[in-house]
Design a protein around this ligand. Structure first.
Ligand code: UD1
Ligand code: UDP
Length: 359
């Protein structure tokens, strides 16, 4: 069995790393195809270095662009590689344009597609990610659902039961594999002059938030209000999309401590000792839940409803007062939830299923 792992962005590198490790351990025949969607050192290469992954065999260097430009270039580049390499299966993870391009190129060539993190739905078609998720799931042959809930969603959409496998989410594996290392190696608290549980951590980068001036301004106001009301600094490692939009809209940082996007080990360390996390990231909602840190989600919906059910997370939308109120509510909530995202063996499980099904 020959496996092609297609990835392109920061969260895909993190969440596919446990699968790549498992392939290495079992000496499987695989190669990594990087679309180049993310390319800045701190959004891409640093993750390969820290997670001990060897360089991708192919990098298409697609870079940034409109959705059609970016996805179109990826489709053309991925097809060429797949025609040459003839893998038995293409694995993609998540909901980015790289994921859709990988899945679509493969299925049109008659190559089987495995979708890691299948079955997530926000039911919000304003999100490019929602379109990518739905389309990818419906052209996949093996759907690795992180939770029972995700499996039920897929069944509800008519996906055949025998193609769905509940594995847990590899985000947990990555945390278990790296948390101790991050505690030993990262000096980020000292560097940023922060104390254990003495700060809020924020991330914000979703297109529907930061490309919309009103929403972006409101969220920044909400962060500033929380900072003042609870007398704890907000640290915000700012994603390049958000940095660009902040400058375009001339939004003031209002005392919020903005830093460059962080490497994984530093970010994990900052997450694990934060008093609370405010975010619109998918992966960060899951990581907060796994690390037992309360989370306030700066969105109107989430495709991670498990976090709302176990009460590790709450939706705040983008109204400043609502953000501060939800922050207070989460600060007063018991941190006694169970992690719904699995036992840290999702990567191993995924690879075992591939071996069983494809030999
Ligand atoms: C993409 C994904 C999003 C995911 C996020 C993870 C899609 C539709 N979106 O959003 O689901 O949550 O990655 O971080 O696939 N840029 C850089 N350096 C880089 C990459 C991007 O400076 O390495 C800047 C460019 O100005 C670019 C902008 O960020 O135009 C947006 O990048 P893009 O890849 O289009 O989408 P993301 O917002 O990163
Ligand atoms: N992350 C990181 N440094 C940062 C912000 C995030 O290493 O400054 C990691 C985080 O631990 C998680 C992933 O990036 O594993 C989440 O990526 P992002 O929020 O960009 O994408 P999403 O999960 O929303 O698709």
């Amino acid at each position: 069995m020959k496996i092609s792992i297609v990835l392109g962005t920061r969260p895909e590198i993190v969440k596919l790393s446990p699968i790549i490790r498992a392939c290495d351990r079992l000496n499987l025949d695989y190669f990594v195809l990087h679309t180049g969607q993310h390319y800045s050192y701190n959004m891409d290469r640093v993750f390969f270095e820290q997670l001990g992954l060897s360089e991708a065999k192919y990098n298409l260097d697609v870079g940034s662009g409109t959705h059609a430009e970016q996805t179109g270039k990826m489709l053309i580049g991925i097809e060429k590689v797949l025609q040459e390499e003839k893998p038995d299966v293409v694995l993609v993870e998540g909901d980015t344009n790289s994921v859709l391009a990988g899945a679509l190129s493969a299925t049109k060539l008659g190559i089987r597609v495995g979708h890691v993190e299948a079955g997530l739905r926000s039911y919000d078609r304003r999100m490019p990610e929602e379109i990518n998720r739905v389309l990818t799931d419906h052209c996949s042959d093996l759907l690795f659902a992180p939770t029972e809930k995700a499996k039920q969603i897929l069944l509800g959409e008519g996906v055949a039961q025998e193609n769905i496998f509940v594995t847990g989410n590899t985000v947990v594996d990555a945390i278990y594999q790296n948390l101790e290392i991050s505690k030993e190696k990262s000096r980020i608290l000292e560097t940023l002059k922060l104390e254990d549980e003495g700060y809020f951590l924020a991330t914000l980068h979703r297109q529907e938030n930061v490309d919309d001036e009103r929403r972006f301004r409101n969220i920044m106001k909400g962060l500033a209000m929380s900072q003042e009301r609870f007398r704890l600094p907000v640290v915000y490692p700012i994603h390049p999309r958000a940095r660009k939009q902040l400058e375009t809209f001339k939004i003031e940082a209002d005392g919020i401590k903005m830093v460059e996007p962080l490497d994984y080990l530093s970010f994990l360390q900052l997450e694990s000792t934060a008093k609370l996390i405010l975010t619109d990231s998918g992966g960060v909602q899951e990581e907060a839940c796994t690390l037992n840190v309360p989370c306030v989600t700066l969105r109107d919906n989430t495709e991670r409803p498990e976090t709302l059910e176990v009460q590790s997370n709450i939706l705040a939308g983008t109204d400043p007062e609502e953000i501060a109120k939800k922050t207070e509510l989460m600060l007063n909530r018991e941190k006694d939830w169970m992690n719904p995202f699995g036992d840290g063996m999702a990567g191993e499980r995924t690879v075992e299923i591939l071996r069983e099904k494809l030999g």
